[in-house]
Design a protein around this ligand. Sequence first.
Ligand code: PLP
Length: 482
Amino acid sequence: MDAEQLREHAHKMVDFIADYYKTIETFPVLSQVQPGYLQDLLPDSAPNQPESLEAIFDDVCSKIIPGVTHWQSPNYFAYYPSNSSIAGFLGEMLSAGFNIVGFSWISSPAATELEVIVLDWLAKLLKLPEQFLSSGQGGGVIQGTASEAVLVALLAARDRVLRTIGKSSIGKLVVYASDQTHAALQKACQIAGIHTENYRLLKTDCSTNFALCPDVVSKAISDDISVGLIPFFLCATIGTTSSTAVDPLSALGKIAKENDMWLHVDAAYAGSACICPEYRHYIDGVEDADSFNMNAHKWFLTNFDCSTLWVKDQSALVQSLSTNPEYLKNKASQTNTVVDYKDWQIPLGRRFRSLKLWMVLRLYGSENLQSYIRNHIKLAEQFEELVVADRRFEVVVPRKFSLVCFRLLPPPNDQDNGYKLNCDLLEAVNSSGKLFMSHTVLSGKFILRFVVGAPLTEERHVKEAWNVLQDKAAALLEDEVG
Ligand code: PLP
């Protein structure tokens, strides 16, 4: 590593990235390439001799960028956002610069200690109960994704109960969640050895706006107990992936407590909004949770990846995930005076991810972060008003955060209640390259999801997106009638 060469090349890279952001609106938001496109454009094997950075930049422009879907485009309204910011970017850069592997405290004390502190800061912004702070038995940790967060929570919960009832009873353990829960929980159950038939996806419907109904949970639990099964894990979602449904945390917490179950709260997307006092009520009841997860890389200006997880009892994680091989032994770990994050996660190695979250919190400050969230919610409200004002459309579930779920109303006698019509509308909009949205299906209806959450999105982008949607809808309706 030659420091002067790094300086020269890194300056060029920063210029390249800055120009990318300046011109980001000129690219089709959703990549329009076909599968396998890159195979024909790149050589079969790696070069024998070094090539110039300029040659690589040329290839990035001509061959890579066409295959990029521009998540940071202001016209990106799909899935959930994956935020970047100057602060997050600089933190990533610094982390790449240090390039440490902070699996245990001794492997880079600042990495562990900054993570502990920053997760406490964020827990306080979210007003999480004291038990989630590092001062007691709990604490926070940065995972790569919400999928890893729910997996480690599930493993900790599983092993906690198996220590009491014996490992051979694993076939009796039952997990509960709503049918709107992210598929990450299903994957976690598969990995954790929970029997497929013991993974209860409880039905939701429009009567509760797709939130879990506590009575349904209680009934499922008592039915299972009556046949000798052992309920042990309940997952509540605050802001489901399809429609931002909010499960009733307080009621679910009571049920989990009464049945001695682990309650995990998945607030991967909507958790960020809970730093605003007016949205904090969505996580009222978190006092009874055992673990809480929010993806700072979704809607909190922190570049991917940064999924924050808090647990009340860190020893449950450690008992489930710790290993102590000779080659990692050291005085600090042996005397139990430090956190070794390798015991709170699946992999051993871990990046210095707290740097970027620290930089986000410091370079913005909580007031700006709150305004950031509020602005997106305001833009989503404006979009919702546009939809409501056009009688050809309907908003399908009430909007809570920055996601609007809507659809084009089908003409009378439409064969499939607008399923194909809306599917075609989505295809027409996305293939225009002007914006990118995604979809879901709720109660058999094909629904368009419009999420405001890209840091560069302004009112004009939302209005323009709506114009494109209206034009494409008009053309499709004309075709249907014609
Ligand atoms: N939970 C919810 C509510 C989500 O919306 C998502 C992704 O959008 C996930 C979990 C999975 O996220 P990750 O990609 O971080 O595993």
